[in-house]
Design a protein around this ligand. Structure first.
Ligand code: UT7
Length: 334
């Protein structure tokens, strides 16, 4: 069985910055409430008519191909983790592939909300493990602003738009994806969902009027599940791989709420300066949050670093992944 390793990362965030002052002019909230309860200062928003998640995914993939010196025709599999596809069909992966000249590929989307990247990473790694495929791209792309209700103060401060992509190749030296624990519990479907627009409740004038095409979240219920499950799964993957807090070079938690991150950090015991946190600048970018952190921290990542990623999201879906980092990130620094 061939082990898969991440061998490069690309990323993209839109230019427009939606800060807490602007949010405070849209709904009844304050910078202080958002910072204390969530920990977000600003988030990026993709503006422009007709631009969907593929616009950002395309850019992240292009950067990835350029950085790693990979030709589009070499890519055999392209998986797009997204909850905000451009359309029901065709899938967003095929649009991103087309825009990058990627033709000889299996391209498909995966929907697992905030855990989407970890689920897609595991799937991509299994294509490599089969021995049949040598270059797989996993791209997460989310235009969360397209399903965010900017009249609802309980959800609109939370989300932001972004994309990030990784290249997976067979590991040369045993480094790469070492272990994963991925879980699903459908109990979450009543706590965090978008009611209309799918086959159960197709769009009607009424669904639009009732604002059912936006994220609905029972924050406290989701919070409780998120705190417990993300912390548990992070600790579990460390234990079963015999990793102490000092063995972990980086902890990469999904960026939904600083208080959820805190709980997971405390549970793992990892020192705070080894935790990747950019929620204050980007908010919750759903499935993008983990690769977006890896993209930002790439220059600091060293070959052999033990990296623990953990996510929790709608479904509920959650999980953790243990990576032994496969290259010195510095090599891509300009
Ligand atoms: O990434 C996918 C998974 N999602 C998550 O992990 C999110 C999990 N949930 C959370 O992060 C938190 O529950 C929220 C950030 C969404 C909300 O924080 P909370 O501390 O759970 O607040 P709450 O819903 O319990 O509301 C507390 C109070 C309420 O007022 P009353 O009823 O106590 O008078 C809300 O109406 O805060 C009020 N409130 C606000 N006040 C000012 C809710 N949103 C706001 C706001 N500004 N934006």
């Amino acid at each position: 069985m061939k082990q898969a390793a991440i061998t490069g990362i690309g990323g993209y965030v839109p230019d427009y910055i939606l800060d807490n002052d602007e949010i405070s002019r849209m709904v009844d909230t304050t910078d202080e409430w958002i910072m204390t309860r969530i920990g977000i200062k600003e988030r990026r928003i993709l503006k422009g008519e007709g631009l969907g998640s593929s616009f950002m995914g395309e850019k992240a993939v292009r950067q990835l191909l350029e950085k790693t010196g990979t030709r589009p025709e070499e890519i055999e599999v392209l998986i797009c983790a997204t909850t905000t596809p451009d359309h029901f069909f065709p899938n967003t992966a095929s649009i991103i592939a087309e825009k990058n000249g990627i033709k000889n590929t299996i391209a498909f989307d995966m929907a697992a909300a905030c855990s989407g990247f970890l689920f897609a990473l595991e799937t991509g790694a299994n294509f490599i493990a089969s021995g049949k495929y040598k270059k797989v791209i996993v791209v997460a792309a989310e235009k969360m602003s397209s399903i965010t209700d900017y009249t609802d103060r309980t959800t609109c401060p939370l989300f932001g738009d972004a994309a990030a992509a990784v290249l997976l190749e067979p590991s040369e030296d045993g480094f790469g994806l070492m272990d994963s624990i991925l879980r699903t519990d459908g109990v979450g479907s009543s706590h965090l969902y978008m009611k209309a627009g799918g086959s159960a409740y197709p769009a009607t004038i009424e669904t639009v009027t009732k604002r059912e095409h936006f994220i609905y979240q029972e924050g406290q219920a989701v919070f409780k599940y998120a705190v417990t499950n993300m912390a548990d799964v992070s600790a579990e993957i460390m234990e079963r791989n015999h990793l102490s807090k000092d063995d972990v070079a980086w902890f990469v938690p999904h960026q939904a709420n600083l208080r959820i991150i805190d709980a997971a950090v405390k549970r793992t015991g990892v020192d705070y300066d080894k935790v990747m946190i950019n929620i204050q600048r980007y908010g919750n970018t759903s499935g993008v949050s983990i690769p977006l952190c890896l993209w930002e921290w790439e220059p600091k990542l060293k070959k052999g670093d033990n990296v623990i990623c953990a996510a929790f999201g709608a479904g509920f879906t959650w999980g953790s992944v243990y990576l032994k980092w496969a290259y010195d990130g510095e090599k891509f620094a300009k």
